[in-house]
Design a protein around this ligand. Structure first.
Ligand SMILES: Nc1ncnc2c1ncn2[C@@H]1O[C@H](COP(=O)(O)OP(=O)(O)OP(=O)(O)O)[C@@H](O)[C@H]1O
Length: 271
């Protein structure tokens, strides 16, 4: 294939097209002004912004858990509901692990496969692989209450990975964890993203997490929610603990900090 070939393209295909999608909740809360955003296959995009700027609302619209009041969202150029017809899969990881307390780690991770009617023999192999990916192979028979908060979150991520998704949507998954655990899970998530060639959309309040993880950061502002700025994080891979203490990291963190300050103090806009 060459640049003169019509199928040639330097850019990966679009995974997500958000086309003037906006959201007003039934009680009249205008959560999001129209958003236009394209995310390509293999990107790690972080939504960052003050409380109430519509990060979760936008992520839930991408997941098809919420309908936009106006505008459209496409996944791999198809309506969200037709994702399977595009031959793609998506998983959503919530802020809390939301595990079934009475069921083993293995049964919790297997849930999406059970719901999809995957035979037990196939499912168990996929569960074992997902648990290995998050470093929990030895805990398949444990109950959630026997695990730390960080380990429970790993179970939740394994449950997200067990269906072998192409797109991983994560709503502040590590927000409730201590700093050290969070860094460890951030590093593991990056390794998974790289190994599995995932497309990730990740919500966070943390500037440092955004710089460490992302290929692109989308800054949002509140009242009403909207996208105000975007930053490409053009730092080399793999990103290690050394990156977090580098001048480059500090430069990106400072720019995001300034943008977040502005986003947090913008005047209320009249749509
Ligand atoms: N079901 C709902 N009904 C009415 N208003 C809602 C609903 N869900 C969210 N909102 C409002 O919509 C706005 C955006 O909320 P959203 O949770 O998307 O923001 P966020 O940026 O994710 O916030 P946070 O960072 O605090 O989690 C907020 O004003 C919120 O109060």
């Amino acid at each position: 294939m060459s640049p003169s070939d019509p199928a040639w393209s330097a850019d990966p295909p679009a995974a997500i097209d958000i086309l003037s999608a906006e959201k007003t909740y039934p009680d009249g809360t205008q959560a999001l002004l129209p958003v236009d955003l394209q995310i390509r296959e293999g990107e790690f995009v972080t939504l960052l912004g003050p409380s109430g700027c519509g990060k979760s609302t936008l992520l839930k619209m991408v997941a098809g858990l919420l309908e936009p009041s106006d505008g459209r969202l496409l996944l791999w150029r198809k309506p969200v509901a037709d994702l399977a017809r595009a031959g793609k899969r998506m998983s959503f990881v919530f802020q809390s692990p939301t595990l079934m307390p009475w069921a083993s780690v293995q049964a919790n991770v297997r849930l999406p496969l059970d719901l999809a009617g995957v035979p037990r023999s196939t499912a168990d192999a996929q569960v074992a692989e997902a648990l290995a990916l998050v470093g929990l192979s030895g805990f398949a028979r444990a109950l959630p209450r026997a695990l730390s908060g960080g380990m429970q979150m790993r179970v939740s991520i394994a449950r997200g990975l067990v269906t072998q998704p192409d797109l991983l949507l994560m709503d502040e998954p590590f927000g409730a964890l201590d700093e050290i655990t969070r860094h460890k899970l951030d590093a593991d998530l990056l390794a998974l993203w790289h190994a599995k060639k995932l497309t990730v959309v990740f919500v966070t309040h943390s500037i440092h997490e955004a710089v460490f993880l992302s290929t692109r950061v989308v800054m949002m502002a509140a009242r009403p929610g909207r996208v105000v700025e975007q930053f490409t994080i053009d730092a080399p891979w793999p990103r290690t603990a050394d990156f977090m203490v580098s001048p480059e990291f500090t430069r990106y963190a400072r720019r995001l900090h300034e943008s977040l300050q502005l986003a947090s103090h913008t005047e209320e806009v009249t749509p």
